[in-house]
Design a protein around this ligand. Structure first.
Ligand SMILES: Nc1ncnc2c1ncn2[C@@H]1O[C@H](COP(=O)(O)OP(=O)(O)O)[C@@H](O)[C@H]1O
Ligand SMILES: [Mg+2]
Length: 360
């Protein structure tokens, strides 16, 4: 096992306006599971391929353990990789597919048998060892790819959207299995996905990327609760974080009529515009007479089973509110809301960066 250290990695493809990867520095401690999360086209695969050695960086450094591997070919990096497309050999049986990397390394046959049996058992492929991939489901094929990646005792495991070709139910089941498996193996893992739920559920840490650059690297709960900027707040969560624009006046934030008491840390923003970020489930439903109650007009009522999602407007600004499953309301009605101070996250509209109101 080994830690991964990325130093100022840049990848600029010829003819591209902006680099695909822009000065990414990231440390992944030994044994940690880090998820690289971002929208399609933000440079995740390019970054992973530079770690793997499939792509040369324009500048920067890749260090695995105590070796600078930036210019080493993939086979000298002792890593294994799982791709989005299953990439199994169609003309080899499952057994030979899983053992492929071991055979390439010249491992004795009986030892290969033992390791293949071990991986097949972990991935519930024991009954399929003598089948060809064409006779497997998509989920089973991806299990073969994962089994092949884990048998080789690599220092580092790299996975690029391995679940995204599976249907929703299978994805959910395999996600939990993968999490258990990787935590038992303890292999340093870098996992790429555009799916924010997957990122939160799997990662010890989540590295959020946008336009080639890292935005925030933190635990799943930190990126969810305290996004570093509006992009992260808006990308993570379903629904995304709400944003309401207001002006700081006379100890209040004026949301265009409704007033919120200004948190002490916003005092220096008197006279300026700020943006309030708040999660749908953090908003409380209160009586009209409650202190600081904010009126909201219900536009859409959506029962989701486990909860009710309300699309409302507060002085013309849209606000999504999550209410208990049994809550009933009609479009057009007025609700009274409360935004608890501990769930308020404030942003500077000019930079879209969070104002660190909680850490001061
Ligand atoms: N071989 C390549 N040549 C030129 N541009 C590329 C190449 N590979 C990727 N790109 C571009 O780099 C950007 C990042 O791509 P990619 O790393 O695949 O993003 P992601 O995996 O996050 O969807 C995209 O704009 C893509 O079009
Ligand atoms: Mg990709």
């Amino acid at each position: 096992m080994a830690e991964i250290r990325l130093r100022g990695l840049v990848k600029a493809y010829p003819g591209q306006k902006a680099p695909a990867v822009e000065r990414v520095s990231l440390d992944i401690p030994d044994g940690e599971f880090t998820v690289l999360l971002g929208p399609s086209g933000c440079g995740k695969t390019t970054l992973l391929r530079m770690v793997a050695g499939l792509e040369l960086p324009t500048s920067g450094q890749v260090v695995i353990g105590d070796r600078d591997v930036t210019y080493l070919p993939p086979r000298e990096r002792n890593l294994s990789m799982v791709f989005q497309s299953y990439a199994v050999f169609p003309h080899r049986k499952v057994r030979a597919n899983i053992g492929f990397g071991l055979a390439m390394r010249g491992m004795p046959r009986d030892e290969i048998e033992r390791k293949v049996a071990w991986a097949a058992d972990l991935l519930q492929l024991g009954d399929f060892l003598d089948r060809y991939p064409a006779k497997l489901s998509g989920g089973q094929r991806q299990r073969v790819a994962v089994a092949r990646a884990i048998v080789v005792d690599a220092d580092v495991l790299l996975m690029d959207e391995p679940l995204s070709n599976l249907d929703a139910l299978l994805r959910l089941g395999f996600r939990a299995e993968l999490k258990k498996l990787v935590s038992e193996l303890g292999t340093t893992t870098l996992y790429v996905t555009h799916d924010q739920v997957e990122a939160l559920s799997l990662g010890d840490r989540v590295a959020v990327m946008r336009d080639g650059a890292l935005q925030q690297v933190a635990s799943p709960l930190e990126v969810y609760d305290t996004p570093t900027n509006e992009f992260v707040g808006g990308f993570i969560g379903s629904p995304p974080m709400n944003f309401l624009t207001g002006a700081v006046v006379n100890g209040h934030v004026d949301l265009g009529g409704p007033m919120l008491p200004t948190p002490p840390a916003l005092a220096s923003f008197a006279g300026r515009t700020v943006r309030l970020g708040v999660r749908a489930e953090a908003i409380g439903l209160v009586e009209e007479s409650a202190p600081g109650a904010v009126p909201a007009t219900v536009e859409v009522f959506e029962p989701l089973g486990s909860a009710v999602l309300l699309t409302t407007t507060v002085a013309g600004q849209q606000l999504k509110v999550q209410a208990p499953a049994t809550f009933r309301v009609q479009p057009g009605e007025t609700l009274w809301l409360n935004v608890p101070e501990q769930h308020q996250r404030w942003f500077d509209p000019e930079t879209a960066m969070a104002l660190e109101t909680r850490d001061t």
